[in-house]
Write a protein that binds this ligand. Sequence first.
Ligand code: SF4
Length: 344
Amino acid sequence: MKTALELLPGRWWRARDDGRLECELCPRACKLGEGQDGFCGSRGNRGGTMRLLAHGRTSGFAVDPIEKKPLAQFLPGSHVLSFGTAGCNLACRFCQNWRISRAGAEALAAEPTAPETIVEMAERGRCASVAFTYNEPAIFGEYALEVAAACRAAGLRTVAVTAGYVWLAAREEFFAGMDATNVDLKAFDDGFYRRQCGARLGAVLDTLAWLHRETPVWLEVTTLLIPGLNDSDAELERASDWFAEHLGPDVPWHFSAFHPDYEMLDRDPTPVATLARARRVALAKGLRYVYTGNVRDREGERTWCPHCGKCVIDRDGYRLLGCFVRSGRCEFCGGAIAGVWPEP
Ligand code: SF4
């Protein structure tokens, strides 16, 4: 166990008049007295300074297809080195990664992993990018930015898989280090966010609209559909209307299947028909790139040209079967396909 002074100081906090420290990284705004840790477990008040409790300590690495993040239109067919730490600033009852997100520092490697080591691992795995994933990357934002800088210096892209529950100043710095992101939109209902996740919908919508409007970060969105909780036609219609108005037609949206896990074991897995229905609702609102995920669905796992209707990226699960996009254009009709594509 490190002493307080051996822990690096964190960013994004302020000292309050009442003697406590207030974290300004996420909307939880934890107010910490001496010796207390934040809800996410990543930072704590030690001697009047917000210090990072597990800086650089990782919980596991894997080389994945980029399609698994999921990112459908960011360097399709490439590999990504995925890693995370532990802890989370949300408390989703249905978390599919709860062994990491609810774990404390004991789940982490004893020694920090140097950013250069991560770059070497990515290069050995022939990866085009490195993803901060498995748990909420914003809570280890200081470390993620160090790794991101090393990645970019080596010509690797960076990816954040996030719930988007990040406060203003922190998100500007954090996403400045990212080339692409997949943001979870867990529902389109603030009650769902409060009851099922311990968070608020408004802050996530704000992050999504800001990412699209004010940053060059390639954005895709994922919604895990849970039977009976966030999959009604009315909610999907409202979400699709908001999506079309604030993110436009070209941001890809993934509807993925829930499997009973963690504290939500009393619901059935999401049927493919529900995902297909959600996809139809979103397409009918004018969204161009809508996918189904976590299930086998030949229609919903492929990318279709919005101009000529032909399949421009053929997939079988996470496996790329063919890509018919050249320099951002459909090979069949020449229409623009939104995305980040490999150099010709
Ligand atoms: S990032 Fe962690 S410590 Fe900071 S406000 Fe959010 S949950 Fe609390």
